[in-house]
Design a protein around this ligand. Structure first.
Ligand code: NAD
Ligand code: MG
Length: 387
């Protein structure tokens, strides 16, 4: 069997590093075509040298010279710029990991899907913003979209093809994040350092903050809506602090199927890498006797308003999810920069949603224009709050 060619978009992040870790354990099975990153030249060059990648691409053109120096003598081709990332995504790897954070990953993902490629999707923001357009391009080009998000990967594993009409509910589990059990007043004073300290998962800063507000689960409801054809009214969330049950599918006969495992993203990533086969991972094995108990509780929509905001956007459809997502990206960045408080994140999203509506996007350019306008509006709200 010849080695599968792999491209990793967002290779220097948390998901990118986990993907590389798995691939480097089986070098005869995979061959790296390209790796991309935003600004971490040293990390990108090191990974490209180690894996003998064909190409390494850095987003920031000002870093091109540094990347060239870091790759000199390695035989790895250096490239830079946003267009170079999109072109690289369209190079036609057998398998592409979409692990850029935010709607910045949208055009590269669309380029890969347009090649009829197999795309392992971690970049949920792209799907939230452009859902129907993205799934249509995938089906038009015969591309395969494999969910990496642990919940969606769990549902995918419990959801044999074609069984949608026999599904009563898809139940996404939520850890509840680092602020579960706090009062609103306590949350108000929480710092970025406290917000990114997730109890179960080690992840990038943006998704860690989303987990603290529960916007992550809201985005995941929209993500599930596009990945699994059951309709919004059949999607549910339950808080499960141990993050052992990664999600569940309830069928009309009363059967509930769940996928379980220790909280390590290398398990869902490996599932998409080996799919439809399986592969070994170094993940800690699940030992239920030592876990002891599994707890479940209903989410608190009053304490975590982001969840309700996401549900509203899901039900409204059209441009609403793109606006929600863009406003959230700006709000989270402002929180991480110390410009606004933790509770301001949902407030900013709510304000942008209430003052800005747009027609149903008919193209990716429409989505990007809506995204850009929502970012401007959100930045204006940030200004008023941080004064
Ligand atoms: P991260 O911040 O650790 O990494 C992001 C990667 O994208 C980096 O390689 C960075 O260089 C690159 N990048 C950032 N901005 C970019 C831009 N504008 N253009 C091009 N590249 C850019 O993030 P992460 O935690 O690895 O998350 C990546 C995606 O996967 C997110 O959409 C996140 O929601 C999703 N996800 C992550 C996890 C997790 O455990 N980390 C779990 C589920 C889903
Ligand atoms: Mg998830």
């Amino acid at each position: 069997m010849s080695a599968r060619s792999v491209t990793i978009l967002g290779a220097t992040g948390s998901i990118g590093a986990s993907t590389l870790d798995l691939i480097e354990r089986e070098p005869e099975r995979f061959r790296i075509k390209a790796l991309t990153a935003a600004r971490s030249v040293a990390k990108l060059a090191d990974a490209a040298r180690r894996t003998r990648a064909e190409r390494a691409v850095i987003l920031d053109p000002a870093l091109y010279a540094d990347l060239k120096v870091a790759l000199s003598g390695s035989g790895v081709e250096a490239a830079a710029g946003e267009e170079a990332i999109v072109e690289t995504a369209a190079m036609g790897a057998d398998w592409t990991m979409a692990a850029i954070v935010g709607t910045a990953g949208l055009r590269p993902v669309m380029a890969a899907l347009g090649q009829g490629a197999t795309v392992a999707l971690a970049n949920k923001e792209a799907l939230v913003s452009a859902g129907a357009l993205m799934t249509r391009v995938a089906s038009d080009h015969g591309a395969t979209l494999l969910p990496v998000d642990s919940e969606h990967n769990a549902v995918f594993q419990c959801f044999p093809h074609g069984s949608a009409e026999r599904v009563r509910k898809i139940i996404l589990t939520a850890s509840g994040g680092p602020f579960r059990g706090l009062t609103r007043d306590e949350m108000a004073g929480m710092t970025p350092a406290q917000a990114v300290k997730h109890p179960n998962w080690s992840m990038g800063a943006k998704i860690s903050v989303d987990s603290a507000t529960l916007m992550n689960k809201g985005l995941e409801l929209i993500e599930a809506f596009h990945l699994f054809p059951v309709g919004a009214d059949k999607l549910d969330v339950i808080v499960h602090p141990q993050s052992v049950v990664h999600s569940m599918v309830e069928y009309v006969d009363g059967s509930v199927l769940a996928q379980l495992g220790t909280p390590d993203m290398r398990t869902p990533i490996a599932h998409t890498l080996a799919w439809p086969e399986r592969m070994e991972t170094p993940c800690a094995r699940l030992d239920l006797a030592s876990v002891g108990r599994l707890d479940f509780e209903a989410p608190d929509f009053d304490l975590f308003p982001a969840l309700g905001l996401a549900l509203d956007a899901l039900r409204e459809g059209g441009a609403a999810p793109a606006i929600l997502n863009a406003a959230n990206e700006i709000a989270v960045a402002a929180f991480l920069a110390g410009r606004v408080g933790f509770l301001d994140i949902a407030l900013i999203v709510e304000k942008v949603r209430s003052c800005y509506a747009a027609p149903h996007p008919a193209s990716i350019d429409d989505v990007l224009a809506i995204d850009a306008e929502a970012r401007v509006r959100a930045s204006q709200v940030v200004e008023t709050l941080s004064r």
